[in-house]
Design a protein around this ligand. Structure first.
Ligand code: SF4
Ligand code: SF4
Length: 477
């Protein structure tokens, strides 16, 4: 019985263990490559160094929560630039829509962390306990020294993978070599140990014991993806019109009426979800393609064409049943829906790249102080106060000059700074109180509101930024 079979009279069905058999072929190779690349990136990326100068971290990818920065190689994202992260998330979502509408659940089958880590856990299991038949025998056998030794070895390796996975995660949030030293000498922050503990436990349980149950019961994606698929989506299916009636005994009487499926169960035995693709499209199928590899291997051995189990589109079924050739793959992939997703994805990507290249290295925010709205000075001048936050996004200290326009109407003073000159530390912000003054009797001193522009000039880079605000005169009363 597969794990997905249900007894209608029972409310609960215990998990049936699945023992996927080793398989080789195009899709298995693709999955090995993707697994190697994604795991390599995940485990090694925090250790890649990137020189940003003396005042900035030299970790290529760093989520610096303490200083509210995200470093990605040469890019540094500040909190006010969160739209870059939002844009990347939108691109990731659109990319997922695009691939799902074109190729079904490729995310689930090849790149989802649950799939990748489950593959790694199964690989370890197979290495220790052997391939499918040996694992089935071991599972059915009683407990003896041999079984205990294999189980303990497997658990230790799983645990090491889980610890490495949880450990790698925290290195993205602090300088990796320093944090590793602190972790080993028990000087790291308790949050780091707690995070590692939680991720170790989840990796160990989800990859070792829950595997397909995460996809079937816990993940919402299988339910959502149907909205992105249509009859032209390429997904994995069984050419039932070619395979049926299935039968093992090719030399028996009447065998000439059998279809191509020899009912060898190779496709079922390699399936990490424990399902039979010949039963049709199922929610449990993550479209990993392993059943294609298994069946193609069988077809080659019995001298039949490959593709009894294959990527195919629903819209081709009637054509194939009628003996016609299926539509070319590109016609399934390039259709209105995928072109629309690609266009949106590209538009967001181009907008982000443009925003990245035109963004200024200096920035400011201006908050008028409204309590009181204005102050009348002893000579009758009217003064408004503004809190100006100056951002220096450079890796070295910078001098900034704060001025206002129109400068024939207003004069400016910066608290604690001579001539409006302000020094800001590298990669930091400075909050300055700025006083703007209108001479007595001038229009600006009397008018309810006068437009005002506060300027910030980076002397060294000769870069300027400004913010518009208003100056409140006495008539506001
Ligand atoms: S049925 Fe085939 S494609 Fe679907 S999960 Fe099983 S092996 Fe992967
Ligand atoms: S691997 Fe192919 S031939 Fe064997 S049972 Fe599956 S569909 Fe039939």
């Amino acid at each position: 019985m597969s794990s997905t079979d249900q007894d209608p009279d029972r409310l609960y069905s215990a998990r049936e263990p699945i023992f996927p058999r080793r398989v080789s072929g195009t899709f298995r190779s693709l999955k090995w490559w993707i697994m190697g690349i994604t795991l390599g990136i995940y485990y090694l990326l925090p250790w890649v160094r990137w020189d940003r100068g003396p005042n900035l971290p030299d970790q290529a990818v760093l989520i610096d929560l303490a200083n509210r920065r995200f470093f990605f190689f040469w890019i540094e994202i500040w909190p006010h630039e969160f739209y870059f992260v939002a844009g990347l998330l939108i691109m990731a979502g659109l990319g997922l829509f695009l691939f799902t509408s074109a190729l079904g659940r490729v995310w689930c089958g090849y790149t989802c962390p649950q799939t990748v880590w489950t593959d790694l856990f199964i690989l370890t299991e197979r290495w220790i306990e052997g391939d499918r038949n040996k694992r089935v025998r071991l599972w059915k056998s009683g407990w003896d020294a041999h079984k205990i030794r294999l189980r303990v070895t497997k658990m230790i390796l799983w645990l090491l993978i889980a610890v490495a996975t949880g450990g790698a995660w925290v290195f993205y949030f602090a300088d990796a070599p320093t944090l590793l030293g602190n972790l080993l000498t028990l000087q790291a922050h308790p949050v780091a140990y707690t995070t590692i503990l939680v991720l170790t436990a989840t990796t160990f349980v989800l990859g070792g014991f829950m595997r397909e149950q995460v996809c079937i019961y816990m993940c919402p994606w299988p339910r959502i993806q149907a909205a992105m698929m249509d009859e032209d989506t390429l997904t994995i299916g069984y050419r039932e019109w070619r395979g049926e009636p299935r039968g093992k005994h090719r030399k028996a009487e009447g065998a000439e009426n059998l279809g191509d499926c020899i009912d060898c169960n190779a496709c079922v035995n390699v399936c990490p979800m424990g399902i039979d693709i010949r039963d049709g499209q199922q929610l449990a199928c993550i479209t990993c393609g392993l059943c294609i590899d298994a069946c193609d291997d069988v077809m080659e051995k019995i001298g039949k064409p490959r593709g009894l189990v294959d990527y195919m589109a629903l819209s081709d079924e009637s054509r194939e049943r009628a003996g016609q050739a299926p539509k070319p793959v590109w016609k399934h992939i390039f259709r209105l829906r995928t072109v629309l997703y690609t266009t949106l994805w590209s538009a967001v990507g181009v907008a982000l790249v443009v925003a990245l290249f035109v963004r200024s290295e200096i920035d400011m925010t201006v908050s008028p102080v409204r309590n009181p709205i204005f102050v009348t000075l002893s000579d009758g001048s009217i003064r408004n106060t503004y809190d100006v936050r100056v951002r220096n996004m450079h890796g070295e200290p910078r001098w900034f000059h704060i001025t206002v326009t129109p400068n024939d109407v207003f004069s400016v003073e910066v608290e604690g700074a001579a001539n409006g000159m302000v020094e800001v530390a590298p990669d930091a912000t400075a909050l300055k109180r700025v006083y703007v003054i209108a001479a007595p009797g001038t229009d600006a001193a009397r008018a309810a509101q006068t437009d005002l522009r506060i300027w910030l000039h980076d002397i060294e880079a000769d870069e300027r930024a400004y913010k518009d605000t208003v100056f409140n005169g006495t008539e506001i009363r």
